[in-house]
Design a protein around this ligand. Structure first.
Ligand SMILES: [Zn+2]
Length: 370
């Protein structure tokens, strides 16, 4: 059977990962690897982070009654509390927890639909609660293509991770996004009131485990920890890339750039924004991003071609001028004529190849460039 949980985040506790951790600890049956999935970031009424959780459990139908009781006592009371985020300017919705239980793993397509767009409730199985049932079911449907792992520990009181432990973990082969390489600031500990002490990401379960032990050693007191298999850094939210020629470019106050009235590049996106600012009309580029309200929110970009075209110089050193379409060029000074031609100068982009926003401005789902 597959058990899913989502949308229990709130200001005073209720962090979905911790609620799920406690649920697993209480389960009267065996269970598989805990899974954390990130879904479409623009989902209607999403709460902070948009993380949903799931696990395979080895139980019979009698588990339904047990889950009923657990739901009413421990999870339902979290409904309606509002999560506060210091990062997001988006409106936060009251949490609307949901839990799902399926005999068989739901159809994989439901996951792909939920990670790339808005989906409706999945019919079937046993379901508890409200809006969170969508994420819970979508998490159950995840087939673990391109997984990474995250070890999460929850704090007892204050949030403190030693700089030394962070240093060790950052240098471990197989951890990623531990630090922002630009500012050197640690990225593993969240800010704000949530009960997470740290979340450390790795490309394997064993590295996540080693990193977790190291960090717990160098942290304030924790009340528990668990390793989750995740779809973070999978790139699952992006379907295919877009290749375009710049016909139109608008720079907004604040530094955002809109290309061809379709591609939106935020000022916070670092090198991606630098590239967008640098692009000129007729340049060609390739990008990836999610579509929302008719605009593609660009998450990575590369220049395909950029060039300046100028008329050739005459022997006298003066720039030739066009005589009109198909009429060739002429030196305005000594009136020498020549065939219609251009001098093409390739522009060298400020960064070669694909670029991405800085580490702390990327989506959880964004696949790091290698
Ligand atoms: Zn001349």
């Amino acid at each position: 059977m597959w058990l899913g949980l989502d949308d229990t985040d709130s200001l005073d506790g209720g962090c979905t990962t911790l609620v799920f951790h406690e649920l697993l600890n209480s389960l009267p049956c065996e269970y598989g690897e805990a899974r954390l999935t990130r879904l479409w970031p623009f989902a209607d009424k999403r709460t902070r982070g948009n993380a949903s959780l799931s696990v395979e459990i080895f139980a019979d139908d009698s588990i339904v009654e047990w889950l009923d009781e657990y739901w009413n006592k421990n999870i339902l009371p979290l409904k309606g509390k509002v999560a506060k985020s210091e990062h997001s300017q988006r409106e936060q919705y009251p949490s609307d927890p949901g839990m799902t239980l399926f005999d068989e793993q739901p159809d994989e397509q439901y996951y792909w639909d939920a990670v790339r767009g808005e989906v409706d409730y999945l019919i079937g199985g046993h379901q508890w609660g409200g809006n969170g049932r969508i994420g819970a079911a979508a998490s159950c449907a995840w087939r673990e293509t391109n997984p990474t792992w995250e070890a999460i520990a929850w704090r007892k009181g204050e949030r403190m991770v030693s700089e030394m432990a962070l240093e060790v973990v950052d240098n471990m082969e197989g951890t990623f996004l531990c630090r922002d390489p630009r500012t050197n600031r640690g990225l593993i500990a969240p800010r704000g009131p949530c009960p997470v002490m740290f979340g450390v990401r790795a490309t394997s379960r064993s590295v996540a485990n080693d990193a977790c032990e190291e960090l717990i050693e160098g942290s304030a007191q924790t009340i528990g920890h668990r390793i989750f298999k995740t779809n973070q850094a999978s790139g699952d939210h992006l379907d295919s890339s877009f290749t375009e020629t710049v016909n139109d470019k608008i720079s907004l106050t604040g530094g955002h750039v809109i290309i061809n009235d379709r591609y939106l590049v935020f000022s916070e996106s670092g090198k991606v924004n630098t590239i967008a600012q640098w692009l000129q009309i007729e340049d060609s580029f390739e990008c990836v991003g999610l579509e929302y309200e008719g605009k593609i929110h660009v998450e990575a970009i590369r220049i395909i071609n950029s060039e300046n075209k100028t008329r050739p110089l005459c022997k006298c050193g003066t720039r030739m001028k066009s005589m009109g379409a198909g009429q060739g060029v002429r030196c305005p000074k000594c009136k020498v004529r020549s065939e219609d031609s251009w001098d093409i100068n390739k522009r060298i982009p400020p960064f070669a190849g694909w670029v991405q926003p800085p580490a702390d401005k990327r989506r959880h789902l964004a696949k790091p460039l290698t």
